[in-house]
Design a binder for this molecule. Sequence first.
Ligand code: BES
Ligand code: MN
Ligand code: ZN
Length: 477
Amino acid sequence: MTKIDVFSKDLPALSTPLVLAVAKEGKELQVPTFPALRDFARAAGVTGKLGEVNRVPSPHDFSAAFVVFVGVGSPKNTAETLQNFREAAGNVTRSVSSEELAFSFPTKNREEVLATVEGALLGAYRFGKYQSKPTKTLKTLCIPAHDALSDTERAQLQTTVKAVTRVRDLVNTSPSELYPESMAKAFQKASKNLPVSFEKWNYRDLKDQGFGGLVAVGKGSKRKPCLVKLTYAPEGAKAHIALVGKGITFDSGGYSLKPSTSMVTMKSDMTGAATMGAVCLAAAEMGLPVKVTAWLCLAENLVSGNASRVDDVITMKSGKTVEITNTDAEGRLVLADGLTMAVAQHPDLVIDMATLTGAQRVAFGTRIAGVMGCQKDWIRDASVAVGEPAWTAPLPEYLLEHLHSDVADIANSSSKREAGMLVAGIFLKQFVGDTPWAHIDIAGPGFNTGSAWGYTPKGGTGYGVRTLLRVIAEMGR
Ligand code: BES
Ligand code: MN
Ligand code: ZN
């Protein structure tokens, strides 16, 4: 974990590699603190554009080993400033492999300081588990003494970053190592030192107690499904939120087998569950005054003589029967059982998160999630505020016709391709009843198959963690 330190010397006297934020304002370069640096920066080709990172030898009168000019663009409002600082800081720590960096950003308030540090810490992430020579990363981040963090600020930030890191690590782990049982174990272990209780339904329990969705999806694998419940219930909690996560540790599609190119990255199909688990632990570590129940719906969707068939009819935990018309629409089956359990406790709010549909990715791309359900506007606002923008989508009732089944109460997939993200949401809605609910489809932003950018690495992104922590914090106010 990166340490956060302060420097009190003047910038030219620092020996730590120096990061200077440069803004692009009209045609003028804005180099903070030392206007004389402007010519130096211009000569180095610095333009101040967001995304730009220029590493150059120190000017003569500076003692740092090298200087990094990082562009912060020309933000037009408060929200943009926060996000640009976050991304710019991440651009540096992601691309410069130095164990120590001193940051000088033109921060004007606490929020801007926190955004900068958050971006720097998130960008310093490396996944070295399978590399014989893991790359170096930031060990100490130095910020100006006048920006120094309070103990609470530091603790909150470190906890948030730890949660994002936990999700990224789990997502990036080889699916040969990460399967329902091992993922459950990881959360059991992590919950031990926190006021979080851990409960688990094994395959036997799931069969005995009628979890038809989890059983149908997970039974084809030798590594059987399980359901994990994490509970953080602080005394005097102001509200209760239930978090339900899709935890498919590998999605082959089952008998509705995915084409080989679509199967690549399907180790990431457990991102929703990893996020919900990590957020529950982080809420406990922060001591937020809200009860959090996380339901991790864990299964591996494989093919075998014991796997579900297309045409099978199953009975869900709620009692509803479902005709499986596509074994690759498995996420909604495991989530439905989790949602049934979640709403039975009558929480104030249920949120589910899932890498649910390719349609989400097609509609909103790889940086924006889709948020649906009756609480969608609130979640969108929170997501935009933390720089993890989700966009809302409707769940019109007439789409339920697409899930008509001749033999069961409902089918799990539609024969039509239209509105795939919404149809999946409509399916889930059948299992939430009257409880306030939001569904977040993160098929796009959960896993980065493109280039790294800002503080977002390739692979697992940890998208959504900070949105949910903000929602929980708001519920505790
Ligand atoms: N896990 C996939 C969705 C997905 C696709 C996530 C691409 C991330 C990237 C999900 O289980 C799935 O296969 N959905 C199907 C649903 C269809 C069969 C109704 C899809 O989107 O094609
Ligand atoms: Mn699938
Ligand atoms: Zn899936």
